[in-house]
Design a protein around this ligand. Sequence first.
Ligand code: GAL
Length: 717
Amino acid sequence: MPNVTFDQRSVRLDGKPVPIICGAIHYARSTPGMWPELLRASVEAGINTIDTYVFWGLHEREKRRYDFTGRLDLAYFLSLCQQHKLNVLLRIGPYICAETNFGGLPPWLIHEPGLVTRTDNAAWKREVLTWCKVLMAQIGEFQATRGGPVILAQLENEYNTVAKHYGADGPKYMDWVIASAKEMGLEVPLVMCEAPGDNKLELHDASLPRIIKGMNGFAIADRVPEFQRQFPAAPPIWTEAWGGWYTNFGDVTHFREDADFACAIAHFFAVGGAGVSYYMWHGGTNFGRESVYMQTTTYDSNAPLDEYGLPQRAFAHLKRLNHIVADHAEVLLEGTRSVQVLEAPREKEPLPRAAIYSCAKGTRTLAFLINESGQPYTMKSGALSIALKSKSCAITLDLNGDTRVLFESHPATAEAAIQPPPAAQWAASNVELNFVAFDEPLPDEQPTKFSNAIAMSEPRSMLPHTRDLSDYGWYQTVLSSATDRDATVVLPEVHDFSTLYLNGKFVGSQPERLNEDPKIFAKHTYNVRLKKGENRISILASALGLIKGDWAYNEPMSKERKGVIGAMLVDGMPQSLWWTLHAGLFGERARLFAPDTSDLAAWQAGPLTPRRLRWYRAKFKTPDSLLKARALALDVGALYKGLIWLNGECLGRYWQIPATDYVAEWMRGMTQTYGAGQPVQQRYHIPKDWLRAENTLVVLEETEAFPRGVKLLERAV
Ligand code: GAL
């Protein structure tokens, strides 16, 4: 039962300094069948701690109905970590950001009377406490205090980015969070992480002996001196070391040069870093409808273990670095530190541009040769002269006067040009997919006994009715016209897409692409030809994930809304009309995607004429070759936008919109990108755990695209 403490140099387990070499693996983003190999590979790479967020929104999709099964079996995940002798940093949140739907919160919170998220609000605090107690009843025994692997826990997440919205209530709420840890059942020290940037939040209780404030970012060595000044009793921990970035539909894919990343990590340890968490170490998959607004199903994030759990280029490089930190932990965390400055900092820079940082203990001296300057340097370590190009580093070890190089961030043999990660090698399997189809009926065509329509005097958010258990909602109204005429119809606010039908005929669909700011494409305009008399307007609203933080609307995220909102304008005039809303699709209510219920529908085979909004189904047996492959995926071929299920498990959303080369201003220079002009994700992860002897694959396609070229892929390496 290790006793977890910390001081200004390190976290200590039973008094022994331990560097935190942590890999973020989110249990819900892989399947239990994958977990043992993910953890084994992590140990091989020198990882000693696993960092996982806890996904409240998945465990409690419906209020007070808890799910800890399958890939939500957190207790099993923690027990596997323990078997692999891995410690755990449990990031409970319960707001977690993480590119997961609604930042990890259950969407039903939006409809709790008076609830405002992430502030000093009674309803919010009540729900947070209720959930955390349920969670801790499940996994409390895995804390180090009771002999388990969980050595550190995190509450909240990067609160400094949102505190400004809550005035005096923000710090008050944070004080409550910290003070409530005990009542929640937390017995290990707390980590509270902070985003980079100028949004400093003075934690009232940061001086408490049980809290370590963590730092997130692409490179954070230069924040260490200030951290040490502010928090002299805590070790600097890099709670999220970003080695890549997530992917949005319609945006390019990001990657980070391995050498540049390794150099940033080495630099951090050189200046006194005590622990790092690779975000992500294994990114995995946003299964189902679990990705946040606009995000792809893949959460690969350029992690050392790719979406399928297989090692990538960065794996070997970081493995060497991790082992050096682990092997020389005592020197690093207890040794005497000194620095030889070769190029001084400029103006307000906190650190030298080029320097040798040494840590010495007993007969060993570990030296970090850091060149962050714009020019090459030759640095001397013992009898060695080491040539360092601009923005590179090396680590040497001197043992009894004998010096050798342990690590070079940019080995001389490294490719000069920065290349995107090599593409994985996939081959088509011998499984044949023969699709049959079922047309999703427009609301008027649906049998009335299946209708769940409700009436509204003006279009409002569909979330209270879908409860975010579906992306879809049909809004319908009848508009009278005195003559046959052209008219302009404006929907003032739509999240995220609308498809408009007039008198049962398709008119158009908007927008073509989305933006991370959900307000940008919210106004939709259609030109229609009205007929004399009554015109039925049917609008299919479809959502692409809930927002992940307050910054999306500059309001608390409990203000999230989806669907058509506000009075429709015809030729500029707001219309006072009655509307009906049908939450979800007919095919969802009939559970066409699930093997046991899909047979109840009358699927059509044979040549089909193009039609929007259609379900496709293919059944196939599992050949041995699928089970032997290292990884499986579905190539969505000529499909365009929709959802995929295998045996009732949702594989995710797809959207084959080609990527633009847009990169947010603040991100430029942090990562490299590729893939402009191409759909950002064409392959969908099929976990082997989800295969059966006989399989049912179901696709919901929103456009007229056909499942041509859809195939199952196998990967050997
Ligand atoms: C951080 C956040 C993480 C994740 C990351 C981007 O700011 O704490 O949860 O969203 O950004 O991948």
